[in-house]
Design a protein around this ligand. Structure first.
Ligand code: GLA
Length: 742
């Protein structure tokens, strides 16, 4: 059992295989004080971990210093306005205008398994895979019952937390203005933080900094998790490296506005919190109603950042992604976006498909521009009717022709959007999120549909559904190309507009839930102007997400390293695209583009009829490479060996099968330096006892090279290392090394 309550000591002990999380109930009022989160402890007995220099002077025998108690104790869930001047997790606006909250433990239950969160994504596990604790607490003054929900996984070092708030009826309605999902107070110490920052085409760049005093946070108020900041924070010891030291990672299973914060207090303690961004959030909770905050995943590792990443990967592959494609090779696709942009016809697409199918590519994806009168990005979103000028004979004809070539067919849609220049907008201008009487702020010449309205959700679903039913469509790229402004819904009354951001996300989740329920065989790839909705929430619906609109092999090194900090490689949409690259103008070898895309789902985004002959001729070998290595990449353990982001010169990562019998190592020498001794690379994650054959993959033969093959024990490969192979003359060169037990 992963969760035990020690009744006499009133201590809760939550254990994963290698971590322990403890808190205690204190004083008559039932304060819930955090005790410990770190390496697994064999026993609950510890020196008093919540004691301060001036003692744990509980309010019942030191009422005059209640404020000091509130301002320094490590609360499991921090309340507002009663003396804890650090930032809080829970705040209301009651009908009398008061905002303060307090919590008293009342009871708890512990049970096997994990409940789903209605209407929202969440990790899941069978009864023998996880244990759940619900702490029921009261805020009697506000007539609220607050349940803190914890789940501990037996097979992964992860704990999830979420919060449920119920109005028990003191007030007919009470406004929740802040309901964060987790709050963990850490011992005083010198910590660093890792955040992921970015922009369009530069998503999820790792940003590690020393944590100073005060509040340090990232957030989104854009209506989605965003390119710019990411629903993730790691707190780590300042000495922690990739392979050693303590790190605590927090990731929010949600696709909307968030905040992820660390606050270092006057006493050097650190409070980490994560949840829905309170800005523009105000939720009405009527008598008897419940509000559930989305869940946060917490991962602890004492073996460095790499072990944290591998835990997130295992958790998401096993306990979050539901798609039937989760553990299988995805069809190698070719997407026409960068090949044609809006300028295509059935004839052109079939020409691409024909060439692609001969090379071994398995699916054609038709991107933006096939509907309404959309020949540029300024019209027709919402009018999901095939443009027969471009596609004579319609979708069915095109899809049948592609199928005849032995290829699958996939399609792009942007269901949440509406162009001002669309029949849908002319018929229903109020379906856009907008403020009546104010000129709406356009972005990419579009507005956002109001997914807080059930009729808009229904209409949108039926549009998507009828397209998917109209032909043999086996893949959907679900895009979302702008962020939300003009917060206003014509359905919500004046007192409820603060619900719109969250209701929007719930509407999107409902759409995708209906989609995956009705079309369980559909391969769903989410996308948002590249990777602005790359979050665990959306992974619950689709197994892969377009990582970034930037497919330049060099830029992708940073983007994919940052993404793989949390997300398994099986989730990262990655394509070989044309050169000079459309985002940065850089020309990299076709071979390198292939190795970099191999670290994700692998596909193509180019006009295969027009690329140089020698590149085209390499495609069958790249496809053979994908089939040879994708099982390892998709299911294996990921190890980071060198980071171009950090060293400015080269990048290197390795993936090892769970049984440690096989591995693949990728080396990209971004900037070649003259006159250097060969690089020494120490492999990771192998079995020291096993003997391995180490061979360079030869793209010309699509097989392991027979030259310079090594046969060495795992310990020699890991502790003494290997020399990087020769052949790095010129920039952007790369090698793939295949390691296999003999
Ligand atoms: C977004 C996506 C691209 C492409 C375009 C189409 O930018 O990220 O991959 O689908 O939209 O408009």
């Amino acid at each position: 059992m992963g969760i035990v309550f020690y009744e006499n000591e009133r201590i809760f002990k939550l254990d994963t295989p290698h971590s322990t999380y403890m808190f205690e109930l204190v004083d008559k009022e039932g304060f819930m004080l955090h005790m410990y989160y770190g390496r697994r402890l064999s026993d609950y007995r510890t020196a008093d971990l919540t004691r301060t220099d001036f003692g744990k002077a509980v309010p019942s025998n030191n009422e005059r210093e209640r404020c000091s108690f509130n301002d320094c104790m490590p609360f499991e869930y921090a309340t507002h306005g009663l003396g804890d001047y650090r930032d809080d997790s829970f705040k209301v606006l009651n009908p009398e205008g008061y905002t303060a909250t307090s919590l008293e433990y009342r009871s708890h239950i512990i049970y096997s398994g994990k409940p789903a969160i209605k209407g929202m994504p969440a990790t899941f596990g069978k009864d023998d895979e996880c244990t759940t604790l619900e702490i029921i607490a009261d805020d009697p003054y506000n007539g609220l019952e607050v349940t803190l929900i914890y789940t501990v996984f037996e097979d992964v070092d992860a704990i999830t937390r979420s919060v449920r708030v119920k109005n028990t009826g003191k007030y007919a309605n009470i406004k929740l203005t802040k309901v964060l999902s987790t709050c963990v107070d850490f011992e005083d110490g010198d910590y660093d933080t890792i955040f992921l920052h970015g922009s369009w085409a530069r998503e999820r760049t790792i940003d590690r900094n020393r944590l100073g005093y005060g509040k340090h946070y990232v957030s989104s108020k854009r209506g989605e998790s965003s390119h710019q900041e990411h629903p993730f924070i790691a707190l780590l010891d300042k000495n922690t490296t990739e392979d050693a030291g303590e790190v605590w990672g927090f990731n929010f299973v949600y696709s909307g506005n968030f905040i992820a914060q660390a606050e270092k207090s006057q006493f050097k303690t650190v409070r980490v919190m994560m949840g829905i961004n309170p800005e523009d959030f105000c939720w009405n909770l009527h008598t008897g109603e419940e509000f559930v905050a989305p869940e946060v995943v917490m991962v602890y590792s004492h073996e460095g950042i790499g072990a944290m990443s591998r835990t997130f990967h295992d958790l998401y592959r096993k306990h979050l992604i539901r798609s039937k494609y989760r553990n299988v090779r995805r069809p190698i696709l070719i997407n026409n976006w960068e090949a044609t942009y809006f300028d295509f016809t059935t004839e052109k697409l079939i020409a691409i498909a024909k060439e692609a199918s001969e090379l071994g590519i398995e699916m054609l994806v038709m991107d933006d521009g096939w509907f309404g009168k959309r020949n540029f990005d300024d019209s027709s979103l919402g009018d999901w009717i095939v443009n027969e000028n471009k596609l004579p004979g319609g979708l069915k004809y095109l899809v049948d022709e592609v199928n005849k070539l032995g290829m699958k067919f996939g399609i792009w849609m942007e269901p949440e959007m509406i162009s001002p220049d669309s029949d849908l907008y002319r018929a229903h201008p109020d379906w856009a999120i907008h403020i009546p009487g104010r000129r709406g702020v356009q972005s990419r010449a579009q507005f956002v549909l109001d997914m807080s309205r059930p009729e808009v959700v229904d209409y949108t679903y039926n549009q998507v559904r009828s397209i998917l039913k109209s032909a043999n469509i086996e893949y959907l790229k679900w895009d979302m190309n702008r962020q939300i402004t003009d917060l206003g819904s014509s359905m919500l009354d004046a007192g409820s507009q603060g619900e719109l951001f969250h209701r929007y996300v719930l509407g999107v989740y409902e759409l995708q839930e209906r989609l995956v329920t009705e079309f369980p065989d559909l391969l769903l790839e989410n996308c948002s102007g590249g990777g602005a909705r790359f979050d665990p929430g959306i992974l619950y619906y689709g197994p892969q997400i377009w990582t970034s609109d930037d497919a330049d092999a060099v830029e992708r090194l940073k983007i994919q390293q940052g993404t793989a900090l949390i997300y398994p490689m099986s989730t990262m949409g990655a394509h070989v695209s044309d050169c000079p690259n459309h985002q940065v103008g850089r020309t990299t070898p076709f071979e390198t583009r292939g190795y970099v895309a191999l670290a994700g789902t692998f596909g193509y985004e180019l006009d295969v009829t027009r690329i140089p002959k020698e590149d085209r001729e390499m495609i069958p070998a790249q496809i053979a490479m994908y089939h040879k290595f994708n099982d390892i990449v998709r299911e294996g353990d990921y190890y980071r060996i060198a980071s171009f982001l950090e060293n400015g010169l080269w990048d290197c990562w390795e993936v090892v099968t769970k049984d440690k019998t096989e591995a693949v190592l990728t080396i990209v020498e971004v900037l070649h330096q003259p006159n250097y001794k060969s690089r020494r690379i120490r492999l990771k994650g192998l079995d020291p006892e096993k003997t391995y054959r180490v061979a360079t993959f030869d793209i010309k033969t699509a097989d392991d090279s027979t030259e310079n093959v090594l046969e060495l024990k795992g310990d020699a490969l890991m502790f003494a290392g290997i020399n990087a192979p020769d052949g790095f003359w010129g920039d952007f060169k790369s090698k793939l090394i295949h390691i296999k037990e003999i």
